[in-house]
Design a binder for this molecule. Structure first.
Ligand code: NAD
Length: 437
């Protein structure tokens, strides 16, 4: 199959690269000429483990190209995937579809024969029909169908998630479109990964319902964590006890500083907005959003408490600022709420993150970036662990405590056993969901 992929962000690039690895001919398009130039050189502009190698082998095989020329990519394609950003629209919290509609209109003018125009971006229910309308208006002669194919990959594990998905969801309205989509995903269902065909609206809703449900699990355990702290229970054990129940499952039950990233915050917000628009308020999702905001603020209080009620004049070392490990993505990371509050409170903040600095520098003004956790804590009053990168999971606690001015720790990912930290010389330890010591 010939595939055009519009947008080479986290989703478009991974999807394009993996489709070419399935054996399809893929041309990836982006407006950002610097990105395309780097990709053409074999350089991957984002940090995503394993991506560079798969990209290189498919470029070498002559199946994968990058261009800024959308018309060239769309010409003769069997399917054109739209994988551009759908950020939160300023003002009302809904998904901003400007990029999707602009891409649809450009694609329409470039179509040369029958093609399926597939929306891979996360878009609110009803959008695929609007995409069809935009294409029809921009090119009344166009021979096309639309399909909704939301993406479920996780940054940091994107290649595996794309190649071995729990499921692929495809919303279609014609057999012709279904046949094209099934040819594209044939390598997956030959290996028994489920490909589920639905109507357009259902496919669009699956994506939002799935993300809102995962966000609900996170906010749920974070709220339970706050209660555990008060009543003397241990949220890690509570989550384990819950998660062993097969009906609940143990995933997404890790208490922490709140969810972030490029999906959960904007998708929960868009789902809540859709509910309001249709007069069917999504009260659980609305509460999930409010609890997440509260959770992030609770983390600031924990650090303040460790510093004696105010961080003014304190030196604080923060380990990890990306929204999760194994990605450089800083979008909506809890650090973007917590670190500015510390800086604004008068703290001197040193930050260490294995891949966060490039994105983080502009987003976190007033902090000092360092490479080494041990150097960052020297003379510090508080150590804050915000992202559970592997590099922070087995630190020498004694060495850390010894070099700090006041050895206190806010372990906001519950990496360390507080008893071990105390034994190593920390005098105060805050975690999430266990009474502070
Ligand atoms: P991104 O912002 O990283 O990338 C979007 C890319 O599209 C950018 O490189 C931009 O330059 C390009 N672009 C925009 N308009 C264009 C046009 N008209 N022509 C060519 N290129 C254009 O976004 P992302 O994180 O890859 O997300 C894309 C979509 O996938 C979003 O709807 C998102 O919600 C969804 N999604 C993301 C993830 C994730 O983990 N990031 C997972 C699942 C779904």
């Amino acid at each position: 199959m010939k595939i055009a992929m519009i947008g080479t962000g986290y989703v478009g690039l991974v999807s394009g690269v993996c489709f070419s690895d399935f054996g399809h001919d893929v041309i990836c398009v982006d407006k950002a000429s610097d990105k395309v130039a780097r990709l053409t050189q074999g350089e991957v502009p984002i940090y995503e483990p394993g991506l560079e190698a798969v990209l290189a082998r498919n470029v070498a095989a002559g199946r994968l190209y990058f261009t800024t020329d959308l018309a060239r990519a769309v010409d003769g394609a069997d399917a054109v995937f739209i994988a551009v950003g759908t950020p939160t629209r300023r003002g009302d919290g809904h998904a901003d579809l400007t990029h999707v509609m602009a891409a649809a209109s450009e694609v329409a003018q470039a179509l040369t024969g029958y093609a399926v125009v597939v929306t891979k971006s996360t878009v609110p229910v009803g959008t695929n029909r609007k995409v069809a309308q935009v294409v029809r208006e921009a090119n009344p002669e166009a021979d096309f169908d639309v399909a909704s194919n939301p993406e479920f990959l996780r940054e940091g594990a994107a290649i595996d998630d794309f190649m071995k998905p729990d499921r692929v969801i495809v919303g279609v309205e014609s057999d012709r479109a279904r046949n094209v989509m099934s040819d594209i995903y044939r390598p997956l269902y030959l290996r028994d990964f489920p490909v589920v065909y639905t109507d357009l609206e259902t496919a669009e809703m699956v994506k939002y319902a799935a993300n809102a449900f995962l966000a609900t699990k996170i906010s749920f355990i974070n709220e339970v964590a706050a209660l555990c702290e008060r009543v003397g229970a241990d949220v890690k054990e509570v989550a384990r006890g819950m998660g062993l129940d097969g009906r609940i499952g143990n995933k997404f039950l890790h208490a922490g500083p709140g969810y972030g990233g490029s999906c959960f915050p904007k998708d929960t917000s868009a789902l809540a907005r859709t509910g309001q628009e249709y007069g069917v308020p999504q009260r659980i999702t609305e509460t999930v959003i409010a609890v997440n905001d509260m959770t992030k603020r609770r983390m600031i209080d924990k650090v303040m408490n460790l510093c004696g009620g105010s961080v003014n004049g304190c030196k604080i070392a923060v380990l990890g600022v990306t929204f999760k490990p194994e990605t450089d993505d800083m979008r909506e990371a809890p650090s973007l709420t917590i670190v500015p509050a510390l800086v604004g409170g008068g703290a001197q903040v040193c930050v260490v993150d294995p891949h966060g600095q490039r994105e983080g520098e502009a987003l976190l003004p007033g902090v000092t970036w360092m490479d080494d956790p041990y150097a960052a804590v020297e003379g510090a009053d508080c150590l804050v662990i915000l992202t559970e990168w592997n590099a922070f999971r087995a630190l020498d606690l004694k060495r850390l405590a010894t070099s700090m001015a006041t050895p206190s720790m806010a372990d906001l990912r519950n990496i360390y056993d507080p008893a071990d930290a105390l034994a190593a010389g920390f005098t105060a330890v805050e975690t999430v969901g266990r009474a502070g010591t």
